[in-house]
Design a protein around this ligand. Structure first.
Ligand code: FAD
Length: 311
């Protein structure tokens, strides 16, 4: 039976769920507070004296272990929105020309209302209403919640308290991310930097397919360091993280032509230990990385499995 389904959150999990539901004949509308596709696979465009540079700000690559996800990625590869990232190894893939490219492809094929933050959901006689500021989007038979764990309780608490409790028990780790563009190549090489001092992961943009030649780096600080410095000024964080990158390079870095720092309060999720949650009595489902692990692949699988349960 075809249902009208609202999905709150158009990241990898929400879009994966939508794609499968639409294939099953359901009418699906997605709502996302962001201005465009990304979520935690967001990219940031920087205006620099060297031209516009697009940096991957969240996830740097993804793996393919689930056979269904591998099949989906093969299709994305054929349409040019993903490619292998050899500098990271055999099982590393990235969106092309930027990390959010597969999300954009899925969103373009669906009905996504960007810039729409859902504040609450409420059951009315003829279905679910979604409250977005003063606007109400109504008449849905099912609601899928595909947002980070910390943002789940506000939406589900009155309707399925058990889901809210599971989300509260599964906190995410924070991450400070610094994006920096240089006018000279840093003496580090193409292999990503992993676990070096306060750096958790650092990637050279030009080492990824489709990014161009400009020397742009994305540097994620470790979760421990980010937690301690979460409320620091962005400028202080930028200086500390770039000093750490200089230590990796073994030389004093040139001043970046452009740099910026982004605070992810909820970066890497925990894991409940299941793939999706569905409450048949209310018609509320939950998907997202925080159910099975902090990875792009887990988010996609979670959305897919929830859609399969809905039928
Ligand atoms: P999200 O991508 O967070 O999507 C949720 C969406 O919900 C967002 O678009 C948000 O705008 C929207 N939203 C939230 N609340 C509301 C609301 N009330 N109303 C409307 N919309 C709302 N994974 C890897 O596999 N490899 C990596 O290298 C990697 N590195 C990472 C590094 C960082 C710094 C971060 C932040 C994440 C990283 N991850 C990595 C994890 C990966 O990005 C996530 O697991 C995955 O993208 C989660 O997808 P999701 O759809 O569950 O959630």
């Amino acid at each position: 039976m075809s249902m009208r389904v609202a999905i709150i959150g158009a990241g990898m999990a929400g879009l994966s769920c939508a794609e499968r539901l639409v294939a099953g004949g359901h009418q699906v509308t997605l709502f996302d507070k962001g201005r465009g596709p990304g979520g935690r696979m967001a990219t940031r465009r920087l205006d620099t004296p060297l031209g516009q540079v697009t940096c991957d700000m969240g996830a740097q690559y993804f793996t393919l272990r689930d056979p269904d996800f591998a099949a989906r990625v093969a299709h994305w590869e054929a349409t040019g929105v993903v490619a292998r990232w050899p500098a990271m190894g055999d099982d590393a893939w990235v969106g092309t020309p930027a990390m959010n490219a597969p999300l954009r492809a899925m969103a373009d094929a669906g009905d996504v209302r960007w810039g729409t933050r859902i504040d609450a959901i409420a059951w009315r006689v003829d279905g679910w209403d979604l409250q977005a500021g003063d606007a109400v989007h109504g008449g849905f038979e099912a609601v899928v919640i595909a947002v980070p764990a910390e943002q789940v309780p506000a939406l589900v608490e009155p309707w399925v308290p058990a889901f809210a409790a599971q989300a509260r028990a599964t906190p995410s780790l924070p991450c400070w991310t610094v994006l920096a563009v240089f006018d000279a190549v840093l003496p580090i090489g193409d292999a990503p930097v992993r676990r070096a001092g306060i750096i958790d992961f650092a990637a050279r943009g030009a080492s990824k397919p489709g990014r161009g030649e400009v020397e742009a780096w994305t540097v994620h600080a470790t979760a421990d360091w980010s937690a301690v410095h979460l409320e620091d000024e962005a400028g202080e964080v930028q200086a500390a993280v770039l000093a750490a990158l200089g230590e990796v390079a073994g030389v004093a870095l040139p001043a970046p032509v452009v740099a910026t720092a982004h605070r992810w309060r909820f970066a890497r999720s925990g894991a409940v230990g299941c793939e999706a949650l569905w409450d048949r009595a209310t018609g509320i489902g939950v998907c997202g990385d925080w159910l099975s692990g902090p990875r792009v692949e887990s988010a996609w699988v979670s959305g897919r499995r929830l859609a399969e349960v809905l039928g």
